[in-house]
Design a protein around this ligand. Structure first.
Ligand code: ADP
Ligand code: MG
Length: 325
């Protein structure tokens, strides 16, 4: 059967996780969050976090759009973003490479120089990997991190009444990608957001003690709100007018003849954080020196997930990006 026919990427993962035992006494969270959570020592020892992400040439990057340094940086940052979303800090990394025949040592070393920019920023050590030949340049990074149990933010921890907050404006990566694909020149801001995104490790450690649920926005706000709602068994309302959009995203959307809100909801790779927080913790959040945007709130258990449009209408929230669809 075609992967599309069963419902795409997430439906496939649901099937796969039943084919091999995916529960284990020490595995507090396995498949279904931004990283797996493994208890390797009794409390109050930190928990181990493990995440992995793969970047495939022409699917996730193009060698004629990005510099090798940008490719390397993005490969690390998208993994760091998943550790940040758990409230943790990244520590050790494994890098596996599929190298096409035309890859040169200079190019690979430049990719590693880009990775090193991120590794130095977060103090990540390279612990191993694997190298082989293949058709397309492919970079798979597995990143391990740690989290203090009290700071762990799961997708499943949102509660009715929580406010839904994001750490920055959305849709810029998708706007940059769409303009590049159309053969146009994006602004420096949009290009940077798409080709050299930086995770929000800078704020995640401050948010983690205050937030209930947290997730990074890699597949579009729509998809991530559904992940939180499905795993926390709650509903939500997202307010379209409250979604932060950069001026460049608005002008790109106008040029592309699309709705900037759609870019934020269904585009991907913004690598901002989405979190749910009790209203009681909002004053403490306001003390953090960073911008936070309230985009909606969590509603009743198992309630619907709605988008409130600017004209007052409300409809089911569109889902975000899904590979294979
Ligand atoms: P993220 O966007 O945060 O990187 P994904 O949407 O890629 O997360 O994956 C969702 C969950 O499914 C994660 O827990 C991930 O580890 C798991 N997963 C993805 N692909 C597979 C696979 N082929 N086999 C087992 N688990 C998978
Ligand atoms: Mg994630």
């Amino acid at each position: 059967m075609n992967i599309n026919e069963i419902g795409g990427e997430f439906a496939l993962i649901e099937r796969l996780k039943n084919l091999i035992r995916s529960r284990h006494a020490q595995m507090e969270t396995g498949i279904g969050d931004d990283a797996a959570v493994i208890r390797i020592a009794p409390e109050p020892a930190p928990l181990l976090l493990v995440t992995t992400d793969i970047l495939v040439e022409n699917r996730h990057f193009k060698r004629n759009w990005s510099t090798p340094q940008q490719i390397g940086l993005k490969a690390v940052e998208c993994n760091v973003s998943d550790i940040a979303a758990m409230g943790g800090s990244p520590q050790w990394m494994f890098v596996s490479l599929v190298l096409p025949p035309d890859a040169t040592t200079e190019e690979i070393e430049a990719i590693y120089a880009g990775m090193n920019r991120s590794c130095k920023r977060y103090d990540i050590a390279l612990a191993g990997g694997d190298t082989t030949q293949g058709e397309r340049l492919t970079i798979n990074i597995t990143l391990l991190g740690v989290v203090t149990p009290a700071l762990l933010c799961l997708r499943s921890s949102a509660r009715p009444g929580d406010r839904l907050m994001v750490t920055g404006s959305l849709g810029a990566s998708a706007a940059g990608f769409m303009l590049l694909s159309a053969g146009e020149t994006p602004s420096a801001y949009l290009k940077d957001k798409h080709l050299a995104p930086v995770s929000r490790m800078d704020v995640s450690q401050h948010i983690a003690p205050l937030a209930n649920a947290m997730i990074d926005i890699s597949d579009g706000l729509g998809s991530e709100v559904y992940h939180i709602c499905e795993q926390s068994r709650v509903g939500a309302v997202v307010n379209a007018a409250a979604i932060p959009l950069h001026q460049d995203v608005r002008s790109a959307a106008a040029r592309l003849g699309t709705d900037p809100v759609q870019l934020a909801l269904s585009g991907g790779e913004d690598f901002e954080l989405l979190f749910s927080i009790s209203p009681a913790n909002l004053p403490a959040l306001a003390q953090i020196e960073a911008d936070f945007f309230e985009v909606g709130h969590i509603t009743d258990p198992s309630g619907p997930v709605h988008l409130l449009h600017t004209d007052g209408r409300s409809s089911p929230l569109p889902r975000g990006f899904n590979h294979f669809q």
